[in-house]
Design a protein around this ligand. Structure first.
Ligand SMILES: [Zn+2]
Length: 83
């Protein structure tokens, strides 16, 4: 039987004020570019401007759709075409 798979594109960013790391869905953090409030220092900042990485996660699922394992599928190219 073929392995079921699901994918999630995530953006990793660092709070520019305190350095706290965050991983958010890229449709939100990179595409919409919404501001977020840091849960550590409480300041507001933009994850798109403070992005340090963007990767595609691959979820291996059982026959009922439950997650068995998560893998890093690939690193996504950013808007400037540079990794
Ligand atoms: Zn912070």
């Amino acid at each position: 039987m073929e392995q079921k798979r699901a994918f999630l594109d995530i953006t990793v960013s660092l709070c520019p004020y305190c350095g706290a790391p965050y991983a958010d869905a890229s449709w939100y953090a990179s595409e919409l570019g919404c501001d977020v409030e840091c849960g550590v220092c409480g300041r507001t900042w933009n994850p798109k401007a403070s992005k340090v990485d963007r990767i595609l996660l691959e979820f291996l699922l059982d026959e009922n759709g439950k997650v068995i394992e998560v893998k890093k599928k690939k690193r996504m190219r950013n808007e400037r075409g540079v990794d």
